[in-house]
Design a protein around this ligand. Structure first.
Ligand SMILES: [Zn+2]
Length: 146
C-alpha cells in the first residue's frame, strides 16, 4: 500500500491519492478547487483525480477551478507526473469533426467567467436535486451514526 504520508481523498469511500484541495467559501456560495493545499485548513477537503473531475456544485453554487500558473510552477517529480496526466487529459479530443471548436472547459461544465488564471465554471449536468448542505452533495459516502 502507498506510504502513509500520502494525502488521501477526503471521500470516506475513496482511498485515492489526493491531487487537489476543495475549499467551500460559504459567504460567496463558491467551491474553489485548486492544487493540493500545503496543509489542511478548516472547510478544506482533499480530493483525488477522479473526484476532482467529477465534482459538481449544487444549484446556486459556483465552482472555481484554479489552474496553476505555468510560470510559477516549480514541479516536483510527483507534480510532473500529475502535470503529464493533465496534459494528456487536455490533449484528448472532446469533439467530433465538424462540431464547434473545442473549449478548455472540462466536460459537464460551462465557463461563465474568467478572472486572470481563475475560471468560473457552472455545471450543466443533469445533477441530482440540490441539497441544503453542499457538503452532503459530494460526501455521499459518509455514514456517521452518532
Ligand atoms: Zn476520491
Amino acid at each position: 500500500m502507498p506510504c502513509v504520508s500520502r494525502r488521501r481523498c477526503s471521500k470516506p469511500s475513496c482511498n485515492g491519492t489526493a491531487v487537489s484541495t476543495l475549499t467551500y467559501v460559504y459567504a460567496d456560495s463558491t467551491a474553489v478547487l485548486g492544487p493540493l493545499a500545503t496543509y489542511a485548513e478548516p472547510h478544506c477537503y482533499d480530493l483525488c483525480q477522479m473526484h476532482s473531475e467529477r465534482l459538481t456544485a449544487p444549484k446556486g453554487w459556483e465552482i472555481v477551478r484554479i489552474t496553476p500558473d505555468p510560470d510559477a510552477l516549480k514541479p516536483s517529480s510527483d507534480d510532473l507526473e500529475a502535470l503529464a496526466n493533465a496534459v494528456r487529459e487536455a490533449a484528448r479530443p472532446r469533439y467530433e469533426p465538424g462540431a464547434p471548436l473545442p473549449t478548455e472547459v472540462p466536460a459537464g461544465s460551462v465557463e461563465v467567467a474568467r478572472k486572470g488564471h481563475l475560471r468560473v465554471l457552472a455545471s450543466v449536468d443533469d445533477a441530482p436535486a440540490p441539497l441544503q448542505d453542499p457538503i452532503d452533495f459530494w460526501d455521499d459516502g459518509r455514514d456517521f451514526d452518532d
